[in-house]
Design a protein. Structure first.
Length: 149
């Protein structure tokens, strides 16, 4: 059963902190569960702070190829999507899809230990896990708010 799904996020976007949590249901549908402030790392070795339009557009919503002058040419995904498959309390089971030109580029399961605050998957150190960490943080915050904690 899917509890929580999202749109997309740019794979070169590195979230630093969630923006205001006043976005309601619309913000919950953002790729990372909230609008995030962060930096663009599309150019290796360079962290760039995007302007407001770019931040709320291609950075937080993905499909930046052709929409963002900083997006690199060549291979690789241009968007990431996450779905919470199951919340088991101590474990969250997610599924990710990295896309290129609106087609799957890579996909697979991710498992997150709430107790350890870490992914269980040994190979969960790439793009998907980096963005999924923000997604999980937003999900857990919304879950706590809904339960009154």
């Amino acid at each position: 059963m899917c509890y929580y799904t999202s749109e997309m996020a740019c794979p070169h976007f590195h979230g630093v902190k969630p923006r205001s949590h006043t976005g309601g249901a619309h913000a919950a549908m953002l790729p990372l569960g909230d609008a995030w402030e962060g930096v663009c790392r599309a150019v290796p070795g360079e962290a760039w702070e995007p302007d407001e339009t770019t931040l709320l557009g291609p950075c937080n919503r993905g499909y930046a190829r052709g929409a963002c002058a900083r997006f690199p040419a060549g291979e690789g995904p241009d968007a990431a999507r996450f779905t919470l498959v199951r919340d088991e309390g101590a474990r969250l089971r997610l599924y990710y899809v990295l896309e290129r030109d609106h087609h799957p580029w890579a996909h697979g399961p991710l498992e997150y230990s709430v107790i350890d605050a870490a992914f269980v998957n040994p190979d969960a150190g790439g793009i998907a896990a980096r963005l999924a960490r923000h997604y999980v943080e937003s999900y857990l915050r919304r879950k706590a708010e809904a339960s009154g904690h």
